[in-house]
Design a protein around this ligand. Structure first.
Ligand SMILES: [Zn+2]
Length: 883
């Protein structure tokens, strides 16, 4: 077998399919090593394909072909051509016809976790993006929509639960009870990537939901036996999501049942298969003892996300994979809005923006930068990225900002009305907003095609005689791979001008133009806006609520930053001022550690932070966000070139220690007053108090006194919930010493029987900045609970080390990079998708200082030289080295 050289697929080459498949009947007889799949397809030539009526080429990989027949007549080998990737029929009837295909697959041997696989005795499928072709021969592309009837058969003792998409229509026993079967029918046409099937010995928790039109829907979440209670929060989240989508977007659920299944080995977080969502179990299972508040939040948000896909993704799907952001960006926007409504909108925005900057801005600044809608790919699995998801969501949010909430909703309504049951494109999506509002979004659409994070360079000049303020804006669009020339973008900038007393001044433009909702439309490369009747020198508060995914460069004196930190009416920007102040302080400290001068700014920053955090009218969750310093990765991104992660790490430690010392009494007070009373509740207010208490603990512990260490150990051992316990474990593991050893041993003892919770223990050790961490990580790979075949374990140990331990991963001797290269190559042989993900840890390698850069290049070249790489890894490594 000769591996083919993978070839890129281009958006401009899109053609409608030559054939359509309207109806699929599947009969799946489950067997651990030899599952038989019989598929009956109703096929017809596609009238949209211009009457072309050539060969029918069906995708198929890793399949054993059994019998095949056309309109009931068996076909022989001379009737078709079979390769490793396709089954091609050169002659087909002129009109509609029926094709019967029998295939055999080996679920047990499937370690790529795409198609049908078996893990912990559960049969499970993952078809997005191109897994269905590993189950049967098919037109595996999202613009082929069919209705499915699925019959599943298995051994009733080993596999009592049989699920598929849609509604259950029949079930029964066979062969005197040796086999049983279930038939599921999904009346809604769908692309094959939304197909799902599950079989296993699982326990359900059930509930019902009454929709806004009064229909009852049966809900069930299937988990491992004994874990039922831990699925209660996910069920509650599901019901709240269903209600919210009705109220906010008028979207009602359409089937009679909605099932969720939690499995332990899963490449992604979760998958929105029609009526049968499959979840990574770490995103379903939660109890106060076993899950942190962050996990509770993640469950709520991912359950909502997958549910919301029922309309944005399933009822309206993507024409081709280039349009992935059509379903993902939009659905992330919807889940962010849901979380903001369920919790604090401001805190949610801060969390989402932090996430965007850390992951997407970093991606945008390196060799893997690509547009929200890419124009070519080799392996589509490599484009499930922060850019497609998170930046894609920002683009939808900007449409809402530009149009206003009311017209935005009209546009969404039109989209649902016009495209229900279709496979749509970005152009069609945007046209709905243009048509509903009468706004031209032609220039705005560049957000979908131009990669890179725009920078707004801003200056404000005040004329005290004329009482005018001139805001000059220049947009700088950085060069990204394959895009050296860029057109100016349409950037919505929401702003305020603060007077000396910290209050907002009225915004009046000189031409009398209205500033709707305080939003300026920046559309030119250079543009200026003159505000009139400005009584005193104003302090600008730019990009309120983070109105566009851009960087702003504006040189404000510390006094002005402190005014914003204390007064900005926009709470997001108040946080932004504090966070930006911390970042510039850290960058100055990194610069000065080379020069050796003494800095006065850190003390000033710490005092301003103390004043902001002390104000009790702000909610605890928000104050906790104020106390969190920018991450080391954020500082590295802002420095941008010749990055020395060791210097950043040192500055980070020094600043944490200085804040801990300067604000000691305040932090100690918060630590005491924020302690929980009564029973645990996962609600946002209670979680906020725990977050503030943990944030105070982090800074207090940075002082490193014996009392601080004792407090930390006590926090661990006296914890009544996982939020406290896991946080203390992380801080202890970072310090080392007997207290850390004691806590780690205790955690292992408590949770060694739980494959979800034990990941916290792996991750805490992988994240430790102590010198021996790489050795420890290697040793932990031999731990009986670790397995390279389990994606969650790989992410917890190798992923945490490579992506969340900047000091030890970026060792100057290159041992961290060499280790990653070795693991990527080992993973690539069984699970290319996860291997390519792990390799992403090196995406910023070009920004490193020369020594580390050379080491990183060596590691990448070693991967690139390896023969028989998967197309996943080959594409990532070549883009990294090319750019
Ligand atoms: Zn999604």
């Amino acid at each position: 077998m000769k591996p083919e050289t993978p070839r890129p697929v281009h958006l401009k080459d899109y053609r409608p399919p030559a054939y359509l498949i309207d109806k699929v009947d599947l009969d799946v007889s489950l067997h651990a090593t030899r599952t038989r799949v019989r598929s009956r397809l109703q096929v017809r030539p596609n009238p949209q394909a211009g009457g072309r009526h050539g060969p029918l080429r069906l995708d198929g990989e890793h399949l054993e072909l059994g019998e095949i027949g056309l309109d009931g007549r068996p076909l022989t080998k001379k009737d078709y051509k079979l390769t490793d990737t396709a089954l091609t029929l050169s002659k087909t009837p002129a009109g509609p016809f029926t094709l019967d295909i029998e295939t055999f697959v080996d679920p047990q041997a499937n370690k790529a976790l795409q198609g049908l696989y078996r893990t912990n005795n559960v049969y499970c499928t993952q078809c997005e993006a191109q897994g269905f072709r590993r189950i049967t021969y098919f037109l595996d592309r999202p613009d082929v929509l069919a209705t499915y009837t699925v019959r599943v058969e298995a051994d009733p003792n080993e596999t009592p639960v049989l699920l598929a998409n849609g509604n259950l229509v029949e079930r029964g026993m066979l062969q005197g009870g040796k086999r049983h079967y279930a038939v599921w029918r999904d009346p809604f046409p769908k692309p094959c990537y939304l197909f799902a099937l599950v079989g296993g010995d699982l326990a359900p928790i059930t509930s019902t939901f009454r929709t806004m039109s009064g229909r009852n829907v049966d809900l069930a979440i299937y988990v491992e036996h004994g874990k039922e209670e831990r699925a209660a929060w996910a069920m509650d989240s599901l019901k709240r999501s269903m209600r919210w989508d009705e109220q906010r977007f008028g979207r009602e659920y359409d089937l009679d049942v909605f099932n969720i299944v939690a499995v332990s080995d899963f490449n992604m977080g979760a998958m929105e298969n029609k009526g049968l969502n499959v979840f990574n179990d770490r995103l379903i299972l939660a109890s106060p003892e076993s899950a942190t508040d962050a996990t509770f939040e993640a469950i709520e948000s991912v359950v909502a996300h997958e549910y919301f896909h029922n309309w944005t993704g399933n009822r309206i799907t993507c024409r081709d994979w280039f349009q992935l952001c059509l379903k993902e960006g939009l659905t992330v926007f919807r889940d962010q809005e849901f979380s903001g409504d369920e919790r604090s909108a401001t805190v949610q925005r801060i969390i989402d923006v932090r996430q965007l900057r850390t992951h997407q801005f970093t991606e945008d600044a390196g060799p893997l930068a690509h547009p929200v809608r890419p124009e070519s790919y080799i392996e589509i699995n490599n484009f499930y990225t922060a850019t497609v998801y998170e930046k894609g969501a920002e683009v939808v949010r900007m449409i809402q900002t530009v149009l206003g909430a009311e017209d935005f909703r009209k546009g969404m309504d039109l989209y649902f009305e016009r495209h229900d049951g279709q496979a749509a494109t970005i152009e069609e999506f945007v046209a709905c907003f243009e048509d509903a509002s009468g706004t031209d979004l032609g220039q705005f659409k560049l957000w979908y095609s131009q990669a890179g994070t725009p920078e707004l360079v801003v200056a404000l000049r005040y004329d005290k005689d004329k009482k005018t303020a001139l805001l000059e804006v220049e947009q700088v669009l950085p060069v990204t791979p394959g895009q050296s020339q860029k057109k100016p973008m349409h950037i919505p900038v929401r702003l305020g001008l603060l007077g000396a007393n910290g209050h907002d001044l009225a915004l009046k433009l000189e031409n009398g133009a209205e500033l709707a909702d305080g939003v300026l439309s920046v559309t030119k490369r250079r543009q200026s806006f003159r505000f009139v009747d400005v009584p005193s020198r104003p302090v600008p508060s730019l990009l309120r609520g983070f109105s566009a995914p851009v960087n702003v460069t504006l040189d404000l004196p510390d006094d002005d930053v402190e005014l914003l930190m204390a007064n900005d009416a926009d709470l997001f920007n108040r946080w932004q001022a504090a966070n930006g102040y911390a970042a510039r302080t850290l960058i100055e400290m990194v610069g000065k550690s080379a020069g050796g001068r003494k800095a006065g700014r850190p003390q000033r920053y710490a005092r301003a932070l103390g004043a902001a955090v002390a104000s009790e009218e702000l909610e605890p969750a928000y104050r906790a966000e104020l106390l969190k310093l920018p991450t080391q990765a954020d500082v590295a991104r802002l420095i941008g070139k010749n990055v020395d992660p060791a210097l950043i790490h040192r500055a980070h430690r020094q600043l944490s220690k200085l804040i801990g010392r300067t604000l000691g009494p305040l932090l100690e007070d918060l630590y005491v007053t924020m302690a929980g009373k009564g029973d645990f509740s996962p609600d946002a207010q209670s979680a906020g108090r725990r977050a503030l208490r943990n944030a105070a603990l982090t800074l207090l512990s940075a002082r490193g006194t014996p009392e601080d260490t004792a407090r930390l150990a006590k926090h661990y051992f006296k914890a009544t919930n996982m939020t406290e316990r896991a946080h203390a474990l992380l801080l202890l593991a970072a310090r080392g010493g007997p207290e850390a050893a004691h806590a780690l041993a205790d955690f292992h003892e408590r949770w060694k029987g739980d494959h979800v919770v034990i990941d916290t223990w792996f991750a805490a050790q992988a994240q430790s900045p102590l010198a021996g961490t790489l050795g420890k990580v290697k040793a932990l790979m031999r731990h009986p609970l670790f397995a390279l075949t389990a994606p969650n374990k790989v992410r917890a140990l190798i992923g945490t080390f490579a992506m969340a331990n900047p000091l030890q991963f970026n060792r100057p001797d290159g041992a961290g990079y060499a280790f990653l290269a070795e693991q990527v190559l080992a993973l690539d042989r069984m699970n290319p998708q996860i291997a390519a993900r792990m390799l992403g840890a090196l995406r910023s390698w070009r920004a490193l200082e020369a020594g580390r850069r050379a080491q990183a290049r060596k590691a990448l070249q070693r991967i690139a030289r390896t023969k028989q790489l998967s197309s996943d890894v080959q594409e990532i490594v070549s883009r990294m080295l090319e750019a």
